[in-house]
Write a protein that binds this ligand. Structure first.
Ligand code: ES4
Ligand code: ZN
Length: 325
């Protein structure tokens, strides 16, 4: 296996990270107090005790209501700023962070407050030597019209995010539902990725559609391509990156999917390791590397390959990316 210092120190990109999933219990309590919101818990211990989930839907049922503590631009800045500080400690040199505007606009928060707050944190991270960008995610359990409307409203700020993604519950919400929004994103020079989740019904078909019809350049999760040799071949040929999240997988599927990650790595798929929602799943990115390395007895070379993959499949500018490798 590898040492803790190696896992933390190796330069890496984090490409699958939900900023709302970095809301730690102490900040949650602080913002609840500041904004006069009763979240039903009064201490870090009580908040942690409320984190009981063993599936995607039971997780999302805790996750979305908690966001109510985020109310103004400064709150989003505080959340982003805290994450980037943690990322630096974890050896992250490049961070591409998802955020869910609809989770906030749907409860009356202005889109501008969300984007400007997070973007202030991005600028601060850059000043501190961490290359960072935002990825706007559509909530797939909301309507296609809502996604389109959200993107249109965000386009005036398009210099503040690098691409679009798709998250939340995949069941009955295949990616082609959002074809129009993805088209509009690409027309505006935005990059495209999407969650194709593990163990979700129809996910294999969704992956094929994402790659062949919707212009997905990466797959978030997506390790279930292993079920289909043709898909593995397509992903290798196109150089499509996968963003895996071992500790998240343990919660959502009761399995880390380590064997699949190792197998795909061996077959030349550009798999990367990420933390997804670290405040909820028990560890930031270096802990995800450590946990996976321990479980699968990874060599230093395998860990280095996973870290290198993350930089190669990142959306940093070419010159910046070369300098990180
Ligand atoms: C998520 Cl674990 C997971 N799955 C789907 N969407 C998400 N958004 C945040 N975490
Ligand atoms: Zn995710």
């Amino acid at each position: 296996a590898i040492s803790r210092d190696f896992a933390y120190g190796i330069p890496k990109a984090e490409l699958h990270l939900h900023l709302e999933g970095t809301l730690e219990p102490d900040l949650k309590l602080k913002l609840a107090k500041k904004n006069g919101i009763d979240i039903g818990q009064e201490s870090v211990e009580e908040v942690e005790a409320s984190y009981q989930f063993d599936s995607l839907s039971s997780f999302l049922a805790v996750y979305y209501p908690a966001m109510n503590v985020l109310q103004d631009e400064d709150d989003f800045y505080a959340l982003g700023s805290a994450y980037f500080a943690r990322a630096k400690e974890n050896g992250v040199v490049r961070a591409e962070c998802f955020f869910d505007p609809q989770a906030h606009t749907s409860r009356g928060v202005e889109l501008e407050a969300v984007i400007r707050g997070y973007y202030r944190a991005v600028e601060e991270a850059r000043e501190n030597g961490l290359s960072a960008d935002l990825i706007l995610c559509f909530l797939r359990d909301m309507s296609a019209d809502s996604a389109l409307e959200t993107l249109r409203a965000a386009l005036p700020y398009k210099d503040m995010f690098v691409g679009v993604g798709l998250d939340s519950d995949e069941r009955d919400n295949p990616p082609q539902k959002f074809a129009e929004a993805f088209d509009l994103a690409r027309e505006n020079g935005l990059r495209v990725t999407m969650h194709c989740d593990i163990d979700q019904v129809g996910s294999i078909d969704n992956i094929r559609t994402a790659l062949t019809e919707l212009g997905a350049e990466r797959l978030d999760h997506g390790t279930n391509i292993i079920e289909d040799p043709e898909l593995v071949k397509l992903v290798v040929e196109k150089g499509i990156g996968l963003t895996s999240c071992p500790m998240s997988n343990s919660f959502v599927t009761e399995e880390m999917k380590g064997e699949e990650i190792v197998e795909l790595l061996g077959r030349g798929v550009k798999v990367s390791i990420n933390s997804d929602d670290p405040a909820y799943f028990g560890g930031y990115i270096a802990d995800n590397f450590l946990t996976l390395a321990e479980k699968e007895s990874l060599t230093k070379e395998q860990v280095a390959q996973l870290a290198r993959n993350s930089i190669e499949i990142s959306w940093a500018e070419d010159s910046e990316r070369s300098a990180m490798l």
